[in-house]
Design a protein. Sequence first.
Length: 238
Amino acid sequence: MEDKRKVPAHVAIIMDGNGRWAKKRGLPRTMGHAQGARVVEQILEDADHMGIRYLTVYAFSTENWSRPGSEVTALMNLLRTYMKTSLAKCARNNVRIRVIGDKTRLDEDLQQAIADLERDTASNTGIQFQIAINYGARDEMMRAIRSLAADAAAGRTDPSALTEEDLSARLDTAGIPDPDLLIRTCGEQRISNFLLWQIAYSELYFTDCAWPDFSKAELEKAVDAYNHRERRYGGLVN
Ligand code: FPP
């Protein structure tokens, strides 16, 4: 039967619950993150097959540095491994990768691996995959505002003529359409400083499923729920 559903062009995900998933099984938290990383790879493939054009995941927030050093190291190592091993896969699947967030605080070798992967996948025309690392929406907006203010102070722009598009163009997500659907796993119903500017009109979907248990079936459920929403962007029902 023909699939008549609307598939959201851009899906963003707050992948929560790795720690709780591991604890429930008597495993160290880092095992939850490792399973979470495997799920990321699978969901990227599933999203692509479903016709989703952009997938953005929250892998490490500007606040996550306050976790125990061993957990931060384990997460960074997972991301490092991902950057170094995913190129062949991306080439095969035509995936374009971009990292959003302040990369300057990351280890040199990780920054280099990210730059290599972004460069080598830049002309891929399949699904665009954004990974948020050392990302915080307020930090992203402050960096954008500082850059606009510097232009204004240097006389390159007129502050009174600035538009929403000007700010969007300075965000890490420049050129990427705003998310249509934001998913958060594992029961919490908050945004946690993720894509605050970009989700102004996104549909929000919360599920109790922990991220390491997330699957194509769960993604399908979220897309079904999205199909039952009526998006009005502040307008009236016609
Ligand atoms: C939230 O679970 C999850 C994170 C802080 C990290 C997400 C990272 C990954 C899934 C792995 C790496 C990603 C890629 C792109 C390869 P939590 O630890 O806060 O869980 P809890 O709330 O149950 O403690």
